[in-house]
Design a protein around this ligand. Structure first.
Ligand code: ADP
Ligand code: MG
Length: 259
């Protein structure tokens, strides 16, 4: 089956274990939500999947269509079809969005192959029209002085252009007002389909009113402690996280304010 399969994943940062034996399967064609209290390791998981150098994997596998990607460099993972939308996207003053995306696409081609500029812009504008984005957007520097909503739209545009097989969207809703949230959710929904598996990471249920997941996983203290259908997200919204933590036999610790 085409899927991402995470098996018994353990990972450390600065010698502290954050992921403690995480198991999760994301089939292509489905949207799975990953929820959990702040500090439970959701962003850590996304960074470990993408190959962030600060995190050490001490055990386990991440299989993408059967191939362990943990031994690959980040760019190789991207070429295999993995895309990560960051919780806090970086600003790159002086580099326009169009040039940035063009470089990303060019980097995926083999040596000597040249991206066709005309085709690139045709494709870019087609995708922007579909996402209802103003064309002037692409001549702005990447995330430079962008609002929270604009940063997230930029991530969605990159995703539309890179056409990944699997996308991990980390807290795509953080810092968004309700209109921006709708736009982003709409973008994700438009990209939804049999060729894409998405892992939508969110602390709050709010985003899941707009992106209705096929499956919901709850992460606590570095593990998935419960999985279920979309109704699980509603239950968490109504009752909070404490009961799941207790039922998993874990201790309830105060949540850090930001994660
Ligand atoms: P979440 O996204 O679920 O809120 P994170 O993955 O951001 O959780 O954080 C999990 C834990 O890892 C937290 O206790 C956090 O303090 C710690 N952590 C995350 N990134 C770093 C880092 N770069 N250096 C040290 N500790 C970190
Ligand atoms: Mg996070």
């Amino acid at each position: 089956m085409s899927c991402i399969e995470i098996r018994n994943l353990h990972a450390n940062i600065e010698g502290r274990e954050i992921l403690k034996g995480l198991n999760l399967t994301l089939p292509k064609g489905e949207v799975h939500a990953l929820m959990g209290p702040n500090g439970s390791g959701k962003s850590t998981l996304s960074k470990v999947m993408a190959g962030h150098p600060d995190y050490q994997v001490t055990a386990g596998e991440v299989l993408l269509d059967g191939e362990n990607i943990l031994e690959m460099e980040p760019d190789e993972r991207a070429r295999k079809g993995l895309f990560l939308a960051f919780q806090y996207p970086s600003e790159i003053p002086g580099v326009t969005i169009a040039n940035f995306i063009r470089a990303a696409l060019q980097a995926r081609l083999s040596e000597g192959e040249e991206l066709d500029a005309v085709e690139f812009y045709q494709n870019l504008y087609k995708k922007m029209d579909a996402l209802e984005m103003d064309r002037a957007f692409t001549s702005r520097a990447v995330n430079d002085g962008f609002s929270g909503g604009e940063k997230k739209r930029n991530e969605i545009l990159q995703m539309a252009m890179l056409e990944p097989s699997y996308a991990v969207l980390d807290e795509t809703d953080s810092g968004l007002d309700i209109d921006a949230l709708r736009i982003v959710a709409d973008g994700v929904n438009r990209l939804r389909g049999p060729k894409l598996g998405s892992l939508v990471i969110t602390h709050y249920q709010r985003l899941l009113n707009y992106i209705v997941p096929d499956h919901v996983h709850v992460m606590v203290q570095g593990r998935i402690v419960r999985s279920g259908g979309k109704e699980l997200a509603l239950e968490l919204e109504a009752k909070g996280y404490e009961w799941v933590i207790k039922e998993a036999g874990l201790e309830v610790t105060p949540e850090p304010a930001n994660g």
